[in-house]
Design a protein around this ligand. Structure first.
Ligand code: GLY
Length: 381
């Protein structure tokens, strides 16, 4: 369905996108040879080289492809291609490959292939998809998330996390690209398991579920990056909201749409008056930590849901997305063109030592949301 933005809403989105692109023009020149994750004193850090396997290392390339789509300036394409090539050492390092292949190679290699038809990029995307498919557990019908060597030697063989819903589109793409249904079959099995085991009756979602890796039975769940077991880590809610929406778009299975809408309705009901999103909807009342990334990702998912409806239902999702984006633009955007980040007050995890800093995927999804609203997005997922 067409997005029915009011005149003022469209004017706001257009103006905010222009302002964002203008700042990013400066930032991308300064950070052209980096793969940023955060900023230190307003300057992007660099996860290239030794640290090139970090799960967020595709987002800078994704931002560059969005800007290339918006402006046609070949500079952005060059920066995106450099980011993509740097990920090759990760692609050849089994120990550092995990379920986040979608986050890394959809915004880089697959975006490149979709835009330019580059066969090397297609090759990278398919290798990443094959490796992701290889993480499938046949007894539990889930995709294993992490490797054991990441976290104090804990046994992660049976761990799956809600974030993986955003990696499934790499598998849907690989099936479409090769004509081989196996990738899609694995994605659907994982999505069905996630629907059954991660989504609670009230529409909130768990972060981590542990299965017995031999029998596939569900063992327990964990609070993960949220406050505690039974809580509601906001970014996890958004991975579910957007991720199930994408599985619906890729398969046409209405059960995924219903699940996405259940999560969306829960999310909307919990948006504070301010429009600023906490790290966990169930964190203690005296804790004020925010996560701006959750607001930006939720907005993207809500805009996609809005596109699937007309009238009142479209307006519900669109208004919620705009409330989140306006709160970010008015209160959590660093518009200083001499500093490299867009969003402020992003948080990796509730129990991390540091909170409320800049994080690259917050900036990516803020840009993606504005591109969606103005009808100019390169569809990455
Ligand atoms: N996918 C990891 C995170 O959302 O922090």
């Amino acid at each position: 369905m067409k997005l029915e933005l009011g005149e003022k809403q469209l004017a706001w989105a257009t103006k905010t996108l222009e302002q964002t692109a203008k700042k990013l023009e400066q930032v991308s020149r300064r950070s052209a040879h980096k793969i940023p994750y955060t900023t230190v004193n307003g300057v992007h850090d660099d996860k290239s080289g030794e640290r090139d396997s970090w799960w967020t290392n595709g987002f800078w390339g994704g931002m560059m492809w969005q800007l290339y789509t918006l402006t046609g300036d070949p500079f952005y394409r060059t920066v995106a291609e450099e980011n993509e090539k740097k990920l090759d050492t990760n692609l050849m390092d089994y120990d550092k490959m995990d379920h986040d292949n979608g986050f890394k190679w959809l915004p880089t290699a697959v975006a490149n292939y979709r835009k330019t038809g580059n066969r090397q990029s297609r090759n990278r995307g398919l290798i990443a998809a094959g490796q992701l498919a290889g993480r499938y557990n046949c007894a539990g019908h889930f995709i294993r998330a992490w490797n054991d060597w990441d976290d104090n030697g804990r046994d992660h063989r049976g761990w799956a996390i809600i974030d993986c819903m955003m990696n499934l589109p790499l598998l849907y793409w690989a099936s479409e690209e090769t004509g081989d249904p196996r990738f899609r079959q694995i994605a659907v099995h994982h999505a069905d398991t996630a629907q059954r085991c991660f989504v609670r009756g009230d529409g909130s979602v768990r972060h981590i579920v542990e299965f017995d890796p031999d029998t596939g039975e569900m063992v327990r769940d964990y609070g993960g990056q949220g406050y505690e077991e039974g809580s509601s880590w906001t970014r996890g809610q958004t991975w579910g909201l957007y991720g199930f929406t994408l599985s619906f778009l890729d398969t046409g299975d209405r059960a995924y749409l219903e699940t996405a809408e259940r999560i969306a309705n829960y999310f909307i009901a919990n948006i504070p008056e301010s429009g600023l999103i906490p790290v966990d909807f169930r964190q203690p009342e005296d804790v004020t930590w925010e996560d701006s990334t959750a607001a930006a990702i939720a907005a993207c998912g809500l805009i996609e849901l809005a596109k699937l409806h007309e009238g009142r239902q479209q307006k519900l999702y669109l208004d919620a997305a705009l409330k989140l984006l306006r709160a970010l633009a008015d209160q959590r955007l660093n518009w200083d063109e001499n500093e490299d980040n867009l969003l402020t007050k992003c948080t990796g995890a509730y129990h991390d030592k540091e909170h409320e800093f800049s994080i690259i995927y917050g900036d990516y999804y803020f840009l993606e949301a504005l591109m969606k609203l103005t009808g100019q997005e390169l569809f990455i997922w």
